[in-house]
Design a protein. Sequence first.
Length: 445
Amino acid sequence: MRLTILGGGGFRVPLVYGALLTDRAEGRVTDVVLHDVDPDRLSAISRVLAEQATGVADAPRVTTTTDVDDALRGADFVFSAIRVGGLQGRADDERVALAEGVLGQETVGAGGIAYGLRTVPVAVDIAARVARLAPDAWVINFTNPAGLVTEAMSRHLGDRVIGICDSPVGLGRRIARVLGADPGRAWIDYVGLNHLGWVRGLRVEGRDELPRLLADPGLLGSFEEGRLFGAEWLRSLGAIPNEYLHYYYYNRETVRAYREAELTRGAFLREQQARFYDEARDAATAALAAWNRTRAEREATYMAENREAAGAGEREADDLSGGYEKVALALMRAIARDERTTLILNVRNRSTLSVLDAEAVIEVPCLVDANGAHPVAVDPLPGHATGLVCAVKAVEREVLAAAESGSYATAVKAFALHPLVDSVTVARRLVDGYRAVHPGLAYLR
Ligand code: G6P
Ligand code: MN
């Protein structure tokens, strides 16, 4: 079975390869094709993968290419993990937004819109190529903003593209842990959009355990989201939000923390990753060790400004392992081998949330088997959450429309309608500011 990874020179590719190495079962991935626009990144990551495979019998064969069509032909699965504009683009997204006093995070608010406007045309081009060259392949989208990008690709690929994120599963795991429940056996009642969802219940043997957590300030203070949002606010909500909702509920504080930080997240990662790729190019360095060091630092500093703004302290050791690759591998196995499972994924709504149309991509628990991912029925969201979900989905639709038409006015509308952008004047300045720094936005006229 052949897996093609677009963005194959990306930093997190060794996580995926590491997960593949643990899979010994019949029907596993035997060939990995890495595609990247940058051959230097491909060779650096190839060195890491070769070290990972040392001593592993029948490790999946790795090949690399800079030709996207070659990479796609013959693929059974395609992981799309691209970063249009690179980390410099991410840092620019943050800088332009913060200069206007609004959030520049890569998936939330103005930064997410800028990144989406840049990424959607590229993702759509990839989707069209997959539809032509590998029509039976399944595409797993890792690229942020993941919900929006998955929706853009689904217009060409239908239900053959599925978006993934590890935040919901991480949240479910943490809640289960503090409640003393087995995360593998608990039902996590989660729904929303990517980076905009809420856990409303956690059922074990038919009983909802979440009220026990919400009633206990000690338990609430003992995990990441509890410390980020504060026990009182979680009790008011009656739910545990995805960590990315911290940018909404504490917007002023997070914008201030990001403005005061020495480096934004994008700028920090740009420098950190540049050091790694430099090191890994040098044949004298142990590439895997350098990668592990870099990764540990990246994990430890994840959402550091939010934790600082909330006084939440350091991340816990158990939360440092990420989990993207586990979600991706579980999804691929379920589809390829009909191993039925339940995963929280980004898929088309159908009739799951009645306030959205059938084509809107949402993040929801899905039953997965050889036929793909099927969203399960969930209770409706409360009014405050419905309001945010509908507002942000409307923004996403303007981004998709602007990417399709190239309309400047539609791009302004996307920014102006976002709940975290507080003025149409600011929205116009954001479009102008982003157009000035991103060649990839020259299409907006
Ligand atoms: C979480 C999010 C991802 C994000 C990742 C890395 O897992 O769900 O969407 O890509 O963190 O964030 P970072 O700031 O390290 O790039
Ligand atoms: Mn994510």
